[in-house]
Unconditional design. Structure first.
Length: 182
């Protein structure tokens, strides 16, 4: 099985059909990135498509020095920014859809897990967009700090400081929400 960087190199060389493999590997994580950064389902689906259109359009700019995934999320981030500039509806967000929790716990435990997930998602959405993006890229999409710092045009120490503040704010928001609901 060919890795992402090798596939992208093939796309650059004119084997456009290889982009379908990259799409299959990454469209779900991109969709979740867009949902978690405050977009509704329809907008997230559109943003995924637009991101891959840009991957094709800007394929010559892929150098292979970084991981394809970090390059892809850089394009996704810019696509999201373009979308917000065009639509100027930053405050019109739908609630984040919750995944069904399928497990062997009894109904009470399932309800508790669902409630905690809901509270965590609410706490995450209460963060400033930049903070939320750092947490999502790092924790959900496993991008390292160097990759995220590069995307945000800051040095790694600045990013680490932002991440620490984001995590403190996230914990505070989660604690406040769970304390209010008890």
């Amino acid at each position: 099985m060919m890795d992402d960087n090798a596939l992208m190199t093939k796309v650059q060389q004119g084997e456009i059909d290889r982009l379908a493999i990259l799409f299959e590997r990454h469209h779900v994580s991109l969709f979740h990135y867009f949902i978690r950064t405050g977009n509704n389902r329809a907008a997230s689906e559109d943003l995924v498509q637009e991101t891959f259109v840009k991957v094709l359009a800007y394929r010559s700019s892929f150098s292979g020095n970084a991981l394809f995934k970090s390059w892809l999320f850089g394009i996704a981030r810019n696509t999201k920014a373009d979308y917000y500039r065009k639509n100027k509806r930053l405050n019109e967000h739908e609630n984040i859809d919750q995944a069904d929790i399928k497990n062997d716990h009894n109904l009470s435990q399932e309800h508790e897990a669902s409630w905690q997930t809901n509270m965590f998602e609410k706490a995450l959405t209460s963060l400033e967009p930049e903070q939320r993006e750092i947490v999502i890229l790092s924790r959900y999409h496993n991008l390292n700090y160097e990759e995220i710092a590069s995307m945000q045009n800051c040095n790694i120490n600045t990013l680490k400081s932002r991440m620490r503040k984001s995590m403190v704010d996230l914990k505070y928001a989660f604690d406040r929400l769970t304390r209010d609901k008890l």
